[in-house]
Design a binder for this molecule. Structure first.
Ligand code: DGL
Length: 268
């Protein structure tokens, strides 16, 4: 039955687990197959060609796992590969950039929106381009934060080094007068407590996961593939292209027992 098929989710590492967490909270009857491409993390310093190749291999793998829909739970991949993937495959593929922008635009008062993301995402110009499609008046201030993904992947979510690094990245955005800050990398919601402390309560942090899951739900509903309420608990599957031991360790640190077992796969 199509509704029994899993939702495929991918990222360069543990970041996409922020989307899985939200997905399973809102759609608890769905099964998830997740793959963290840790052999190639961080994506933020990869070329567009490399990222398209990785995305292609991953989507093929997820289709092989019978995915009924794929979530590119990675802003970097969404920024440079989403249109390409949608041309290559017929199954629905959901990205995280547009949902984050929609949410930010619904909450901003002064239409000065900040985005923190990887270098590749900022360079792609995807955030300002898409935001202006929705509202030509909006001003988007982007800040590349290359040191944040390694901090998250190593589990360093708090402490002096993390605080100082985040502060350095956020200072220019605060000076620009933003009232809304999009966490434009799925790793960053794990740093939310530090980030919120630095920006204060006048700046609203946007985790695109919520809006992304709304889009997934609507798409599954439209196509008749939403899993109806069921008894019993789903066995989700987690894969990594790098060490499964370290993915399991960091993954459990981030989202607890949601990640029970990780299998290493080679997609090359
Ligand atoms: N979490 C990903 C993103 O949303 C990728 C980060 C990286 O590997 O550099 O962009």
């Amino acid at each position: 039955m199509p509704e029994d098929q899993p939702i495929g989710v991918f990222d360069s590492g543990v970041g996409g687990l922020t989307v899985v967490r939200e997905l399973l909270e809102k759609l608890p009857h769905e099964k998830v197959v997740y793959i963290g491409d840790t052999a190639h993390v961080p994506y933020g310093s990869r070329t567009v060609e490399e990222l398209k190749t990785y995305a292609d291999q991953i989507v093929r793998f997820l289709i092989g796992q019978s995915a009924k829909l794929v979530v590119a739970a990675c802003n970097t991949s969404s920024a440079v590969s989403l249109d390409y993937l949608r041309q290559q495959y017929t199954l629905p593929i959901v990205g995280v950039i547009e949902p984050g922008i929609r949410r930010a635009l619904s909450l901003t008062n002064n239409f000065q929106i900040g985005v923190i993301a990887t270098e590749t995402t900022i360079k792609s110009g995807a955030f300002p381009q898409i935001a202006r499609r929705f509202n030509p008046q909006v001003r988007v201030f982007g800040q590349a934060c290359p040191q944040l993904v390694p901090l998250v992947e190593s589990g360093e979510l708090e402490g002096m080094r993390t605080e100082k690094t985040c502060r350095g990245y956020l200072e220019p955005l605060l000076q620009a007068g933003i009232d809304t800050l999009i966490l434009g990398c799925t790793h960053y919601p794990f740093l939310q407590p530090v980030l919120q402390r630095i920006v204060g309560d006048k700046v609203r942090l946007i985790d695109p996961a919520q809006e992304t899951v709304e889009e997934v739900k609507a798409l599954l509903h439209q196509t008749g593939k939403l899993n109806p309420v069921r008894e019993g608990c789903m066995e989700h599957q987690f894969f990594s292209t790098g060490s499964s031991v370290s993915f399991l360790h960091v993954g459990q640190q981030m989202v607890g027992k949601l990640v029970q077992k990780v299998e290493q796969v080679n997609l090359g």
